[in-house]
Design a protein around this ligand. Structure first.
Ligand SMILES: C[S@@+](CC[C@H](N)C(=O)[O-])C[C@H]1O[C@@H](n2cnc3c(N)ncnc32)[C@H](O)[C@@H]1O
Length: 202
């Protein structure tokens, strides 16, 4: 099947991702805290990329009881995630190549995380629906994503334009799309709309 624009983008970006993104992709620890991982949780990260969130999540899991599954549709990004897993000797972390909008993993999870991946998925509503299908009742889903830079004036317009060129569409109604799926839902914006952490309980 033909690769999407995002897959082509990461073919070239994968090799500089870990070095370049720490400057802009903030809030990982807050998002993992909102995920409320238990030692025996089954955690799914959708659009896991090179596994930059794995350090925080894997440390909270008991390797004998907990499990972390990372899913991404970019092979070059997952290759780097695989190296990270091997380097750390994480026997409780699995990686799967899959499209977030057509996820069929044949199992359910206690926790699901989207870390800066949702705004790169054109049909993000389908990705949310698939994620919710993979969540157990009472399970928790967290989204860490760029906000709309509402309070940034002209600079916000420029940043949104820059993100769009990089396949990130941050001006989508994510809260409205997420809320109906959950019995409890909260969203915390940060720094005048720079990013947000949304958390829902199914
Ligand atoms: C900005 S990176 C975030 C990676 C990682 N979650 C992080 O926090 O560093 C976005 C990731 O989402 C993945 N992605 C985008 N659209 C996807 C889709 N439809 N299915 C699976 N992965 C997707 C990309 O391949 C990329 O690795």
């Amino acid at each position: 099947m033909a690769h999407t624009a995002v897959q082509r983008f990461y073919r070239h970006q994968a090799c500089i991702y870990n070095l370049s993104r720490w400057t802009i992709l903030r809030g990982r620890r807050g998002a993992v805290a909102a995920l409320d991982v238990r030692p025996d949780s089954r955690v799914l990260e959708i659009g896991c990329g090179t596994g930059l969130n794995f350090d925080c999540v894997a440390a909270l899991l008991d390797p004998a009881r907990g499990r972390l599954v990372g899913v991404d549709f970019s092979e070059p990004m997952l290759r780097r995630a695989r190296r990270r897993v091997l380097r750390h000797g994480w026997s409780h972390v699995d990686l799967i190549v899959a499209d977030a909008t057509r996820l069929e993993l044949g199992g359910r999870f206690d926790r699901v995380l989207f870390g800066y991946s949702l705004a790169m998925i054109p049909d993000w509503n389908a990705a949310i629906a698939a994620a919710v299908r993979h969540l157990v009742p009472g399970g928790r889903l967290v989204v860490l994503e760029f906000g709309r830079f509402d309070q940034w004036g002209l600079l916000g317009t420029m940043v949104r334009g820059y993100l769009r060129v990089n396949h990130v569409y941050c001006d989508q109604p994510f809260a409205e799309g997420l809320r109906p799926h959950f019995s409890e839902f909260e969203i915390r914006p940060w720094l005048g709309g720079y990013n947000f952490i949304a958390a829902g309980v199914k």
